[in-house]
Unconditional design. Structure first.
Length: 231
């Protein structure tokens, strides 16, 4: 089975310049994700999509392949799914057709190969077409969001609050961690997105998704603690 790991890494980053190759726990940020993909027992090809020459050089140095990203897919408004589709199409021109496509974002460096393999095994042992890493945020308590107009909006009926004595009425509510997504190739080509129409959830702890300097500090602390525990 061909399982393709795709790491999207463009050069532009407004909040944290050069984020993808910024040093963290002794390595460029992107290196942690490349190594997790290469150490996976199930992922058999790891490709970085970038338009940036320096990121490409770092990716190659740590053992990943590189697919050059077109300019129109490297702008601030570019979505991730078209970037993944571009990689798949470029590899298909070389005769490589993946069975499963895995999105492993470089901004989640604390995710390792064991998580990747566990999540992929869950997908392979199911009839679902895709899976993502998610963490539980509540059981049936009403969820709210701040609206663009300043109003607070309930995501579903806030008058319905089941009691803990009524577990059959309670629902588990999950949020995406951003650490892991995988989709079977037929579903990927149909939806043109990294989640399909019948999605599974791989339950995991909430992970750091780096976007700010504060996120870097939190992620580095976790990575250094993990490295120390191995010694």
């Amino acid at each position: 089975m061909n399982i393709l790991g795709i790491i999207p890494a463009r050069g532009g980053s407004k909040r944290t310049p050069r984020k993808n190759i910024k040093m963290i726990a002794g390595k460029p940020l992107i290196a942690h994700t490349i190594e997790a993909g290469l150490k996976s027992k199930l992922v058999n090809r790891v490709v970085v999509s970038t338009e940036d020459a320096e990121i490409a050089q770092v990716a190659l140095a740590f053992g990943a392949e590189v697919v050059e990203r077109p300019h129109e897919l490297a702008v601030d408004t570019a979505k991730t799914a078209p970037v993944m589709l571009h990689v798949v199409e470029q590899l298909e021109l070389q005769g490589y057709i993946p069975d499963i496509v895995v999105l492993i974002q470089p901004t989640c460096p604390t995710r390792d190969e064991n998580l990747i393999d566990s999540a992929l095994t869950q997908l392979l042992n199911s009839d679902k077409d895709s899976i993502f890493g998610g963490f539980m945020i509540s059981k049936s308590m009403p969820r709210w969001k701040k609206g663009f107009d300043g109003k607070n909006v309930a995501l579903y009926d806030y008058h319905f609050r089941p009691r803990t004595q009524e577990p059959h009425l309670m629902e588990d509510i999950y949020a995406e961690t951003g650490a892991f997504y995988a989709i079977r190739i037929d579903a990927f080509k149909k939806t043109r997105d990294f989640l399909g129409e019948d999605v599974d959830i791989f339950e995991m702890e909430r992970s750091v998704d780096i976007d700010t300097p504060e996120d870097f500090a939190r992620a580095e602390k976790i990575l250094l603690e993990k490295a120390a525990s191995v010694l």
